[in-house]
Design a protein around this ligand. Structure first.
Ligand SMILES: [Fe+2]
Length: 203
């Protein structure tokens, strides 16, 4: 078994104007593909050759295998990122909305926090909405950092590597972050919040 480059869950043009088809083509077809391919190269012939991506990420972190962790976690993070975005407008509701209000005061305050934290992440990384127990918080990770290695349950993520926005926005990360917070997939977040375990990268 090898890790697959999952398909985008929407058409390449579907997120325009927030994120262009040109950006998605390179980001998914080049960057994400390279992380998947390199992960498969690194696990070939090892005890992780038949493992699912979640298990590879956790094993690489436990073994402090930075070379494998960077590739595997980036493969996982990108799969999670595609699912975190949606061309269908929506708002959180039900238990998720209640947890957001409890943690942040309002959905808008959460979105503002995501923008602020994403802007504050120095260099490459990711801005996440995560659950710890039943409560929510926004965190950032550096480079390939992935919250599942800290026992956190990710609900949504925004990629803040420059490759996520440079073609569209040059160095204006704030414009990208603000646009990205308007296309978040609240159904995906709600499913993750309701689940007992972290999202599994599809086999
Ligand atoms: Fe990326």
């Amino acid at each position: 078994m090898s890790i697959k480059l999952i398909e985008l869950p929407f058409a390449e043009t579907a997120l325009e104007p927030a994120i262009s088809a040109a950006t998605l083509a390179v980001h998914h077809g080049k960057h994400h593909k390279a992380y998947v391919d390199k992960t498969n190269e690194l696990v070939a012939g090892t005890d992780l050759a038949d493992a699912a991506l979640n298990a590879i990420v956790l094993a690489a972190a436990n073994r402090k295998d930075g070379k494998l962790f960077n590739q595997a976690a980036q493969a996982w993070n990108h799969g999670f990122y595609w699912h975190s975005l949606s061309p269908v407008e929506g708002q959180p509701d039900g238990a998720l909305a209640a947890a957001i209000d409890a943690a942040f005061g309002s959905t808008q305050a959460l979105l503002d926090t995501l923008v602020e934290q994403g802007l504050g992440q120095f260099g490459s990384g990711w801005a996440w909405l995560v659950a710890e127990g039943g409560s929510l918080k926004v965190i950032t990770t550096h480079d390939a950092g992935c919250p599942i290695t800290d026992g956190l349950k990710p609900l949504l993520v925004i990629d803040v590597w420059e490759h996520a926005y440079y073609l569209d926005r040059k160095n204006d990360r704030k414009a990208y972050l603000t646009a990205a917070t308007q296309i978040l997939n609240w159904h995906f977040a709600a499913r993750n919040f309701a689940s007992d375990s972290a999202w599994e990268y599809p086999a």
